[in-house]
Design a protein around this ligand. Structure first.
Ligand code: GLU
Length: 477
């Protein structure tokens, strides 16, 4: 049974890169009828915050990503991490290194002066018992390092990148697996060790994560070997790049799923777009799909090796597709909280709000476009220049006056469109202007300007909330 996991660190809100990794893990798990698990990597005590965990879980749920077991909490497993380190010490595969910061800095400076890549020179790998005792007598603390032989050759078959190889010599020397601590203790276990212990304990079969972890994979494979654990299959997904081809970062203005959410993107469009970032649809499949539809056909064969450039036009297009596909009721559910936030009250008659959604839906790209576009239906707009100019057209005010007169003597309830048409024709006729002049003037009066959605529907909606006559009357003087 396929078991994959997302292992976010709760040191910030749900990052777009993490969310995209989540999507790929989830798609693979669902396609394979396997399980998708979560592990909260909260061992960085200073930077980890419970509110970030909440944000990450909520963000995943919002995107439509569900998980199969209660999340594993990494900090609750420190005992297991320490046992694994003890095992490596017992097997002579790990050792205490007493070198202090000053000595390590000097070592690096020398390497730099000789134009060599900085690395730990394994200086404490073979300390004698006397040397160790002497460091301890001086009260020196120690980190614990895992031995990485330079001659080591690491090979794996990556699901995205194919055959991979790494040389032990390129891993920076013996690797620290526990932070500095008094020499009779084991300090805080570190990332690579902890991940291996946890992935094995969770019976993870496939580790799917960003390509920035490739060097970690090489180190982790050595740890699997040393701990005699079965290594999972690895898949390294391409990074998300900005339009200039650099790694998407804070400077691009959006990094967190929250940012997209507050910009008015729908979960469906974001999930759809993140899948397209790095995965190409099979022939014959449209680029607009749900996660479920993608899961049916998902495979790593179609995941690209190259970084994926973020394309706002594509995301906007997808978002518009999603919004245009919503029923008026769905759109109302999504947008009414935004309207209420503006302090606008919706009429009791829900059919009015549904009709407004039906009217505005087709022109939305972002959900929040529906705030500006709905505003004139809740708040009487000022007359703008083009609206004022229209009212100066010969006969315009007279025709509007005729319309107001007919409405006052025989009110329209905003229902039958044929009634509206004949009211317009009659008033134009009486005033001796073309119907088009009256229609433009009506729009100017109702919306303050000449741009806007379908006129008769607009008029009907405003009539139903008693906003037609006051708006038209202000134009007559
Ligand atoms: N906590 C790590 C991260 O967020 C997990 C990496 C991994 O998937 O192993 O980058």
């Amino acid at each position: 049974m396929v078991r994959v996991r997302l292992a976010p660190s709760p040191t910030g809100t749900l990052h777009i890169g993490t969310a995209r990794t989540a999507v790929f893990n989830w798609l693979f798990a669902r396609h394979q009828k396997g399980q998708f698990l979560l592990r909260i990597e909260d061992t960085d005590k200073e930077r980890s915050k419970p509110e970030f965990t909440t944000n990450i879980l909520e963000g995943l749920a919002w995107l439509g990503i569900d998980w199969d077991e209660d999340p594993t909490i990494q900090s609750e497993r420190v005992h297991e991490h320490r046992s694994a380190i003890q095992l490596l010490l017992d097997r002579g595969l790990a050792y205490r290194c007493y070198a202090n910061e000053e000595e390590l800095a000097t070592m690096r400076e020398l390497q730099k002066a000789e134009n060599k890549a900085p690395r730990y020179d394994n200086r404490h790998r073979h300390l004698t018992a006397e040397q160790e005792a002497s460091f301890q007598a001086k009260g020196r603390e120690a980190v614990i390092r895992f031995r990485i032989d330079d001659s080591e050759e690491i090979h794996w078959r990556d699901l995205v990148r194919g055959p991979m190889q790494w040389r032990g010599a390129d891993l920076g020397g013996d690797m620290v697996i526990a932070r500095r601590a008094p020499a009779d203790q084991i300090g805080d276990p570190l990332y690579n060790l902890v991940v291996v212990v946890d992935d094995a304990a969770m019976a993870i079969t496939h580790v799917i994560r960003g390509e920035d972890h490739i060097a970690n994979t090489a180190k982790q494979l050595l740890l699997y070997q040393a701990l005699e654990l079965t290594a999972p299959v690895f898949a390294h997904t391409p990074l998300i790049l900005n339009a200039e081809g650099r790694k998407l970062s804070k400077r691009d203005g959006v990094t967190s799923i929250n940012d997209f959410r507050s910009m008015g993107y729908t979960a469906e469009a974001i999930a759809n777009y993140m899948t397209l970032l790095g995965w190409s649809v099979p022939e014959g499949m449209e680029e607009r799909f749900t996660l479920m539809q993608a899961a049916e056909v998902f495979s790593f064969d179609r995941v690209n090796k190259a970084g994926a450039r973020f394309d706002w036009d594509k995301l906007n297009w997808l978002n518009a597709q999603v919004l245009h596909g919503l029923t008026p009721q769905q759109l109302l559910d999504d947008i009414s909280p935004l309207w209420r936030e503006q302090g606008w009250s919706l009429p009791e008659d829900v059919s009015w709000s549904l009709a407004l959604c039906e009217l505005l839906g087709p022109s939305l790209t972002l959900l929040k476009d529906g705030i500006d576009q709905a505003k004139p239906f809740f708040v009487c707009p000022e007359l703008e220049d083009d609206g004022l100019k229209q009212l100066e057209v010969e006969g315009a005010r007279g025709a509007l006056g005729q319309l107001v007169e007919s409405l006052e003597s025989d009110p329209w309830d905003g229902g039958d469109i044929a009634v509206a048409q004949s009211l317009l024709a009659g008033a134009a006729n009486k005033a001796g202007v073309k119907k088009g002049v009256l229609m433009k003037s009506l729009r100017a009066g109702l919306l303050g300007r000449l741009q806007g959605p379908d006129l008769i529907t607009t008029w009907s909606l405003l009539t139903r909330v008693g906003q037609d006559l006051p708006r038209l009357k202000r134009c007559l003087s």
